[in-house]
Design a protein around this ligand. Structure first.
Ligand code: MOS
Length: 726
């Protein structure tokens, strides 16, 4: 068993020798075939015997209280087994980040579509009909249905928040003394998670033990929340989530899991509850809208004296987590006068929770558009402006960077994109322009354990309750184990998404790959030491390759060194002092070519290109997929995504994918993602940094800046829809 805490730079791993040449290779996903053939079973595809269906019943007011729940008609419908409604064992909504349990039903309603019950029937159709037949009578009250309306009661970051308010120096004075000062307001709209797989759970009880076939990203966080909400011990809950059909912060404990668990217990039968798309929009958290004041104070050469990103966001009443808008800005550019503050307005709207790249996804749109504005005021190339503001160390904390290759990203990106050859021009009625922006995303490490078993047959089994959101976790962990143990990837079985396995990092905050890969690597190193002992050699004298152990003049098949009992090792990584000693982030440079139609205002993105610095790349194919997925999302934030709230009721108007626009293939242009690699040993043993949330950061700004370059219209209220350009 090896436990390692990141209190200093890690000395390096056996896999650094790269003997197998597996790590980093752009291998296809090892779970890909199972997924495309339908063999991979997602949460809702299990078929336990005696399964019944549950459909959530929701409240049709944005604020008020329940006067009556008339279930008589619903109960009498054919196939209906039970209606559980108006019952304090049921959750009102999905718990949000920072809440240790779901708020129980108590007859009050604080946002449209809160859950008031669940209808259970022998078929999905019967359950859905019954849920609709329940008459929910509410007393309506006036609610706060817009962030600006809640501004009077806004509060600052609570004690212990991930991101406290930061004010250094005197930005007002710097603004007054600056050769060029820019003070502009940007806004981004409310946004929803758009995972293809809906939130859904199948709950089964075996005595006092609960099993949930679920779609959850981070078991370590989910289990206690479920236990507190249900009033049972965490050890009595088993979570099974081997495949997840997309999770971007939203696949945590959702209401369906609690409804299914409660109903299954009472009925003594397994229960499946999936939220309908419109229910997901209303009962699962999304991203707050943001109102950002960006201030940039620069000298005549474009060096920042200081800058600020001060924002208003909102959160549903009763919760205090918030969108950390300036997260990407804090360590980004030089300047001693700095202001990064956030105010949170309480509202009666669907809760805010983590959505891919909390903070940077929307904060970097505003900051990086404003940087483009500043470059134009100064008459400077926007890449040159960023170069002149590259800090030596984190200007807010004074800490050194664990690694930072932003300048190289711009060099490489400019070369590949042809930045210096770009040309503003007209093509018929199309105006063509180019934009650039910085990407940044903080880097985290999370506690993670993994067990690796080397069997007599020469197979390695990797087990951790880490999840794979579709990001490629199965594959990279097989690569890490294969590289270290000298086995082909096909000889490694990776088992994930079962809380019976050692507790892993889970997927979130872009910490999943580095954290889980580190724990797997540490476990494998343990095994290497054991094999070395069996060979009478030191690990350094030994080479593991192609299923053989080579030391001196001996070459022994791996399985000969494994006795009847397999070799089992557990590796555990913990974050340590390096989180505080270093400023850690992944970076990138985003480029875009956009065409704007002078007649219709339509924007067509033609090319996007990103170059990213995210430490060691564990698999170039899955890494690239993560990066371009993020870039496409960024394109959507610039041009498409926007929730509209009915100001009378607080209901979301565009609550399906017909009306909530996300990029589709026709919107997605030629996209390239490249990496400048570096092994960041201050971050974690494998030296990788987070990728998942980096691609979205700055991507929208590159699009917006290209739009401005094309047509000269600066839209500061996202998304850039045609009406705003004409
Ligand atoms: Mo993420 S927003 O932590 O999946």
């Amino acid at each position: 068993m090896t436990e390692y805490r990141m209190d200093e730079a890690h000395a390096g791993l056996a896999l650094d020798r790269g003997v197998q040449g597996i790590l980093g290779r752009p291998l296809d996903r090892i779970d890909g075939r199972a997924k495309v053939t339908g063999a991979a079973r997602y949460a809702l595809e299990h078929q336990p015997e005696h399964l019944v269906w549950g459909v959530a019943i929701t409240a049709p007011v944005g604020k008020g209280s329940i006067v009556a729940l008339d279930t008589a008609n619903a109960e009498a419908m054919p196939g209906v087994l039970a209606i559980y409604a108006g019952d304090e064992a049921l959750p009102r909504q999905t718990p949000v980040f920072g809440q240790d349990r779901a708020q129980p039903y108590d007859g009050t309603i604080d946002s449209w579509g809160e859950i008031v019950g669940v209808a259970i029937a022998e078929s999905f159709e019967a359950a859905r009909a019954a849920a609709r037949a329940v008459v929910v009578t509410c007393a309506r009250e006036d609610g706060i249905f817009a962030t600006r309306d809640g501004e009077g009661d806004a509060f600052g970051p609570p004690e212990g928040a991930l991101l406290p308010n930061i004010v250094k120096g005197d930005l007002d004075r710097a603004m007054a003394e600056a050769a060029v000062a820019l003070d502009v307001d940007y806004s981004t709209p409310r946004q929803v998670h758009a995972a293809m797989e809906p939130h859904g759970t199948i709950a089964e009880w075996h005595g006092e033990k609960l099993t949930l076939h679920c779609s959850m990203q981070i078991f370590r966080q989910a289990r206690p929340v479920l236990a507190n909400s249900l009033g049972i011990a965490p050890e009595d809950i088993r979570l099974i989530s081997p495949f997840i059909g997309g999770g971007f912060g939203g696949k945590n404990v959702s209401a369906d899991a609690l409804l299914a668990a409660v109903a299954a217990k009472r009925l003594g039968r397994p229960v499946k509850v999936a939220l309908a798309r419109t229910q997901i929009f209303h009962a699962c958290y999304g991203r707050s809208d943001t109102y950002q004041r960006i201030r940039l104070a620069a000298d005549a050469q474009g060096r920042l004296l200081g800058y600020g990103q001060d924002s208003l966001v909102s959160q549903k009443v009763g919760a205090n987590s918030f969108e950390p808008v300036p997260l990407g800005a804090i360590a980004l550019y030089r300047g001693e006068h700095r202001s990064f503050t956030t105010r949170v307005a309480p509202v009666n709207l669907v809760a805010h929770g983590p959505v891919r790249a909390p903070g940077e996804a929307v904060g970097m749109i505003a900051l990086e558009c404003a940087m483009d504005e500043l470059a134009r005021e100064l008459g400077l190339d926007p890449i040159e402006l960023r170069r002149r503001n590259e800090p030596e160390s984190d200007p807010t904390t004074g800490r050194p960077f664990s690694s930072r290759r932003l300048s190289e990203c711009f060099d490489e990106g400019a070369r590949r994109f042809g930045w210096d050859r770009r040309e503003r021009r007209c093509e018929g009625e199309w105006l063509v322009g180019h934009g650039v922006a910085t990407a940044a995303r903080v880097n985290f490490l999370a506690d993670s354990s993994a067990r690796v078993t080397l069997t007599r047959e020469g197979r390695a089994i990797v087990e951790t309750d880490m999840t794979d959101l579709g990001t490629g976790t199965y594959t990279i962990l097989a690569q890490v184990a294969g590289e270290t143990l000298g086995l082909p990837v096909g000889s490694v079985d990776v088992r994930l998404g079962d809380s019976d396995f050692p507790t892993g990092a889970g997927s979130g905050g872009s910490f999943g790959a580095a954290s889980s890969a580190s724990s797997v690597a540490l476990a494998c190193e343990d095994i290497v030491r054991e094999l070395a002992a069996a060979m009478g050699a030191t690990p350094e004298e030994m080479t593991l390759k192609d299923g053989h152990v080579i030391a001196g003049n001996r070459r022994v098949p791996l399985d000969e060194l494994v006795g009847d009992a397999p070799i089992v090792a557990i590796g555990t990584i913990h974050p340590g002092a390096n989180n505080r000693r270093f400023s850690q982030a992944a970076h990138g440079a985003q480029f875009c070519e956009a065409w704007v139609n002078a007649v219709t205002g339509e924007v067509r993105v033609k090319r996007m290109l990103g170059v990213f610095d995210c430490g060691r790349i564990l698999n170039h194919k899955t890494a690239r997929s993560q990066a371009i997925g993020g870039m496409i999302w960024g394109l959507g934030y610039a041009l498409h995504e926007e929730l509209h709230i009915d100001p009378r009721t607080g209901a979301i108007v565009n609550r399906d994918f017909g009306e909530y626009h996300i990029p589709t293939n026709a919107d997605v242009p030629q996209i390239e993602a490249w990496f400048v690699e570096e092994i960041d040993r201050h971050a974690n043993p494998v030296g990788a940094k987070g990728i998942g949330e980096l691609g979205i950061s700055g991507a929208g700004a590159a699009v917006a800046n290209a739009v401005f370059d094309a047509c000269g219209v600066r839209v500061r209220d996202m998304p850039i829809t045609p009406d705003k350009l004409l």
